[in-house]
Write a protein that binds this ligand. Structure first.
Ligand SMILES: *Cc1c(COP(=O)(O)O)cnc(C)c1O
Length: 423
């Protein structure tokens, strides 16, 4: 049996209707931006394997750091114990995060980072004997697949089976160009009419919605409205963190600072699953008490796994090199050039770029759903050409590893141009 045949016998894949989905491609090796399947076919990973991999597959620098940690202290429980890798990650993050962030809490993935933030927002007010139980989120947000994260997510595709079973979430429009005032007014209105604990948002770019972008000034204004009303703000930087937007964090573009930040995905350079939620001192202090019940009773078995911490430290080291910073600028310039060219195409509605993120919306005769027919046609075309891209409906986006060369980028652009002609 081939790997693909064995897979269909045993495995259940994410976001997959197994009755109608094509068999998955078995990847046997990865190096840099390239992947090879079991038959030796080569693919360019143009979405950094779901946005996790900035420095390329099988990166030797990170692998060495992981090996060294594995043979020194692979894991130790974090309840009642601590270790140098966790302390170093905390020290490093506090140095590079927006100044407001002073405390670091570890978990396992983007959803748990969000889950922790939402639970902290709710318990913060519980601890202060204030009844505030509503969470505010954007339309079409994506914050993960655990229950509170799912509740905050606005893409109904992912959540429709669970409606009615969620914590209280009220949605406001995203302040995209021209809709800023509508968004501000909606936020004020929601805060006036509900007991709001927190506002969670993907800063500047909504990834899963199809790289929907909005301006830092609009976000600053929304945060100001929240601060004025003592609503805690949660920046979900799971996708945007660690250089994707052209700055280390998307919040680096914003004049206001959030109360909490969620990190994962590129945190360990795409090697080991790990996540972090960060907090202001003020949020931490609401849990600091002689009363044990005011503590945050949340934890995961592998909290602050030292091996994951070693991967994160190596990863941040790579991000800070001049070479990587130059790569990010180079890719951004290249995207802007391609955008200028492609947005004039008669089949293109609009194109947009921020940092290494590029997205183009293609005209379609029918309303395109998330996993609609145009999406399938595009996806298959890209795979056939050896380019890994996962369109969202009629939106094709690129989020390359930062080490992608200009030649490889050209191939990705060219494949997208061919795809636009094809559909
Ligand atoms: C991917 C993502 C998540 C969820 O992360 P997982 O590791 O898949 O649980 C949460 N928020 C944002 C913004 C994301 O892009």
């Amino acid at each position: 049996m081939t790997l693909t045949e064995k897979d269909s016998q045993y495995l259940w894949h994410p976001y997959t209707q197994h009755k109608t989905a094509q068999a998955p491609i078995a990847i046997s090796r990865g190096e840099g931006v390239l992947l090879w399947d079991e038959n030796g076919k080569e693919y360019i990973d143009a979405i950094a394997s779901w946005w996790v991999n900035p420095f390329g597959h099988s990166n030797k620098f990170i692998a060495d750091a992981i090996y060294k940690q594995l043979t020194t202290l692979e894991h130790v429980l974090f309840g009642g114990f601590t270790h140098e890798p966790a302390i170093k990650v905390a020290e490093k993050l506090i140095e590079i995060l927006p100044k407001s962030q002073q405390k670091i809490f570890f978990s396992d993935n983007g959803s748990t980072a969000v889950e922790v933030a939402i639970k902290v927002a709710l318990q913060y007010f519980f601890n202060k004997n204030e009844k505030r139980t509503t969470i505010i989120a954007f339309e079409n947000a994506f914050h993960g697949d655990t229950f509170a994260a799912m509740a905050a997510s606005g893409i109904s595709f992912y959540t429709q089976a669970f409606q009615g079973m969620f914590i209280d979430v009220v949605r406001i429009p995203v302040p995209v160009k021209g809709k800023e005032q509508e968004s501000f007014d909606a936020l004020k209105n929601v805060i006036e009419n509900n007991n709001c604990a927190g506002f969670i948002f993907e800063p500047l770019v909504q990834g899963a919605a199809g790289m929907v972008m909005y301006e830092p000034e609009a976000l600053a204004k929304l945060i100001q409205i929240c601060s004025k009303n003592k609503v805690l703000t949660i920046a979900d930087e799971v996708m945007t963190g660690f250089g994707k937007t052209g700055k280390t964090f998307a919040m680096d573009y914003v004049s206001e600072q959030p109360d909490m930040i969620c990190l994962s995905k590129a945190l360990t350079g795409g090697t080991i699953p790990m996540a972090i939620t960060t907090f202001t001192q003020e949020v931490f202090d609401a849990f600091y008490d002689d009363d044990i019940n005011k503590a945050l009773f949340h934890g995961h078995t592998f909290t602050a796994n030292p091996t994951g911490c070693a991967a994160a430290l190596a990863s941040i080291d790579l991000l800070e090199t001049d070479e990587m910073q130059d790569n990010i600028k180079r890719i951004n310039a290249s995207h802007l050039n391609f955008q200028k060219k492609i947005e004039k195409h008669s089949k293109v509605i609009t194109a947009r770029t921020l940092g290494v993120i590029f997205a183009v919306e293609i005209k379609s005769d029918s309303e395109e759903s998330y996993y609609g027919s145009m999406r399938t046609k595009l996806y298959n075309f890209f795979i056939d050409k050896g380019v890994v891209l996962r369109p969202v409906g009629n939106i094709v986006y690129i989020l390359p590893p930062y080490i992608m060369t200009n030649e490889q980028l050209s191939k990705v652009y060219q494949t997208i141009e061919e795809a636009i002609e094809m559909v």
